[in-house]
Design a binder for this molecule. Structure first.
Ligand code: NAD
Ligand code: ZN
Length: 245
């Protein structure tokens, strides 16, 4: 294991352009459980049933049961050592950008500057009637669904199931994927489209794929070059320590 961490650090250190794609796994130890696997909210509410744009429009009081719990969990969370290590990697010039599927804002809170939020974020909400934007912390969730002054239903700026990813976000993420010489794939099961195409695109363009996950994924035996099995909050700090030496 130590050898492959060393190998990963050497690869990153030689690489002229490196990027990372992160998923729910990197935030698991910040108290935000992934949708799949054990823990909290998502065992009681299937996000693919509650967190869809159709549910928000047709049964907002139901969709908001899930969205409220998500918002409360995110509001309480703090970055962990994995987020911090990635921010340091950017600071020393060894990471160009992070493409994240997470909506928790923890990369930015840890200090990362170039973050492409593939699935949006929970920082703000938009009125589904008049399109007015409002910061999430200003919205009371005592009564759900929360409403705008115009009585329209509010929606957090996250990409719900059934909603498209904004084209400029796809463009930026795909550009990073095709440019990078090394791609870190961290805490993602790589099954949610179209984010799951990013590792493939990077590989097709010649990138070395370094995967960090607690478990093997669909990528591990197909396109991964270096697999680091374990928690991102313990592995990433070891990599940054080697890079700083
Ligand atoms: P995912 O693809 O993000 O899967 C989570 C992956 O993380 C799994 O492969 C798991 O083995 C791995 N993992 C768990 N703990 C880990 C750790 N400590 N270190 C390293 N790897 C770890 O799938 P999902 O969770 O079902 O999410 C689906 C979608 O919803 C994605 O877009 C996801 O990012 C988003 N989501 C976001 C948040 C958040 O913002 N924090 C939370 C839940 C889901
Ligand atoms: Zn409104």
């Amino acid at each position: 294991m130590m050898d492959s961490i060393q190998q990963a650090a050497e690869t990153l250190s030689k690489s002229r352009h490196s990027a990372a794609i992160t998923g729910a796994g990197i935030s698991a130890e910040s108290g935000i459980p992934p949708f799949r696997g054990p823990g909290g909210v998502w065992e009681r509410y299937d996000p693919e049933e509650y967190a869809t744009i159709d549910a928000l429009i047709t049964t907002p009081e139901k969709a908001w049961i899930f969205l409220k719990e998500l918002g409360e969990v995110v509001a309480k969370s703090q970055p962990n050592d994995g987020h911090t290590a990635l921010a340091e990697m950017e600071e020393i010039g060894k990471l160009s950008s992070i493409i994240t599927q997470n909506i928790d804002g923890l990369h930015q809170m840890a200090g990362s500057k170039k973050v492409i939020e593939f699935h949006g974020n929970y920082k703000s909400m938009i009125c589904t009637s008049c399109q007015k934007s409002i910061e999430s912390h200003k919205v009371s969730l005592e009564v759900i669904p929360p409403r705008c002054e115009c009585e329209g239903i509010l929606k957090p700026d996250v990409v719900l199931f059934g909603e498209p990813i904004p084209p400029e976000t796809i463009r930026d993420a795909f550009q990073e994927a095709s440019l990078c010489e090394t791609l870190l794939v961290i805490g993602t099961s790589a099954v949610v489209m179209p984010a799951s195409q990013i590792p493939l695109l990077a590989k097709q363009n010649g990138a070395t794929i370094i995967e960090i996950n607690k478990e093997r994924t669909i990528l591990t035996s197909s396109i991964t070059d270096i697999f680091l099995e374990g928690s991102s909050s313990t592995i990433l700090p070891q990599i940054i320590n080697l890079l700083k030496q």
